[in-house]
Design a protein around this ligand. Sequence first.
Ligand code: PEP
Length: 252
Amino acid sequence: MRKKIVAGNWKMNKTASDAESLVRALREELANFREADVVLCPPFTDLATVSRLIQGTHLDLGAQNMHYEKSGAFTGEISADMLRDLYCHYVILGHSERRQYFHEDDALVNRKVKAALASSLRPIVCVGETLEERDAGRVEEVVSTQVKGSLAGLSGKELLDTIVAYEPVWAIGTGRTATSDQAEDVHALIRKTLAEMASEAVAQGVRIQYGGSVKPGNAKELFSMPDIDGGLIGGASLDAHSFAEIVRAAAR
Ligand code: PEP
């Protein structure tokens, strides 16, 4: 049985003092919650603050990006080991905003995924089609190509340590959510692709999150689908009560 996982992607929001208020509120909201893994992914500048505040709680820490090299002359970049040093256990890779604005492609995402795993970070690897691609009937081709390219060369064990986030680009930050059936269809396709890449057993073990305008009002239905193992939450993760409601929707 896959344990659900809900992650909050704060994107480029919250100063350290904003982060402190949000985490204090979340600690109260989720004090007794154990039914799903909960990961907070603040910007780099808040990682140390959030790391300190979640010590001794069931909340976990993730970053939103990293570089694939271990160290060196890469001005402005952050390595996997630097994240581990702050007790980060997850890292979002290949988010559509990074693919769109920073030209990250599957080959680059794949290098980052391998570097994350080599430093014992669990990558949350984002895939998803644009509206144009959906309208052109290319969802299967686009998403399976992203999955195969981003996760190329991973062992079964490494795939099991990886989380895939299906995030249709047209649903991110738009208020337009995929229906639970639309999302389930693509999650099942991702699981089929993973089975082709590794084995049915591995495919059944990999957790696949849905992301794209998840809100307290639609989370329960999305999370009740057989292949949806939680969510990657953007806008609604910036408010403690909304995020906590979404997390609670992941309880069995
Ligand atoms: C995201 O950016 O990962 C995301 C899902 O954003 P939102 O929930 O705001 O659509």
